[in-house]
Ligand binder design. Structure first.
Ligand SMILES: CC(C)(COP(=O)(O)OP(=O)(O)OC[C@H]1O[C@@H](n2cnc3c(N)ncnc32)[C@H](O)[C@@H]1OP(=O)(O)O)[C@@H](O)C(=O)NCCC(=O)NCCS
Length: 182
């Protein structure tokens, strides 16, 4: 099970120590609470689509979920849908045949408590998930981002992702679909 500490620095010079670890079913409530808090603070609800509890629960059992903790409190969360055959595999969004899905992972949910933004946690989460994905034989990584989500889009472009399609997804909300060859 992944568990590692990081000392991270903000532009302001503030330095903090964070623990990053893989989550289990026992963390479900903390994840739901953090997601709600982050969602409630988003000015434009079009920018973030809530992931419901059954999906997060399924991912805690079948996929890779990571929490970031500061002084024992969860301050950030992310997950990656494993390279498994599922309608949740984003390879399906661009019409990949089923045989190709075991080579594709999908980066879903990244939420950072507003008090802890600017430490580069999203990009660190990308790196950790890509390393895990490669260990499991994945060759392509996908993410979907609302076109107006400038911070998230910037982080994924910086991490080497490219937009392959832009179209309505999640109940009609438009999303960029980005891909990186691992
Ligand atoms: C997108 C998100 C995860 C990025 O968090 P992060 O990794 O901490 O962001 P970064 O470290 O890249 O921040 C870089 C700079 O942008 C600022 N920033 C990041 N997200 C911001 C936001 N939503 N609003 C205003 N400023 C933000 C940071 O404070 C930092 O500023 P600085 O350089 O002056 O210190 C975070 O904004 C978030 O949780 N947003 C809401 C949920 C969401 O949209 N998730 C992504 C879905 S694809």
């Amino acid at each position: 099970m992944y568990c590692k500490t990081f000392t991270l620095l903000r532009h302001s010079g503030q330095e903090e120590e964070f623990l990053m670890r893989q989550c289990t079913e026992a963390d479900l409530l903390d994840i739901m609470e953090l997601q709600q808090k982050v969602y409630d603070e988003i000015a434009d609800p079009e920018l973030y689509a809530i992931v419901e509890e059954p999906e997060i629960h399924e991912s805690l059992l079948e996929d890779y979920c990571y929490g970031t903790y500061h002084n024992g409190r969860m301050v950030a969360f992310t997950m990656m849908i494993a390279n498994r055959i599922s309608h949740r595999n984003y390879g399906t969004y661009i019409g990949y045949p089923e045989e190709r899905l075991p080579k594709c992972v999908s980066l879903e949910i990244t939420i950072v408590d507003s008090a802890y933004r600017g430490y580069g946690l999203q990009r660190l989460f990308v790196k950790i998930r890509e390393e895990e994905a490669k260990r499991h034989g994945a060759e392509e990584s996908f993410v979907t981002i609302a076109p107006g989500n400038e911070y998230s889009l910037k982080n994924f472009l910086k991490s080497g992702y490219e937009i392959v399609e832009t179209r309505p997804l999640y109940e009609g909300a438009v999303r960029h679909i980005l891909r990186k060859m691992l």
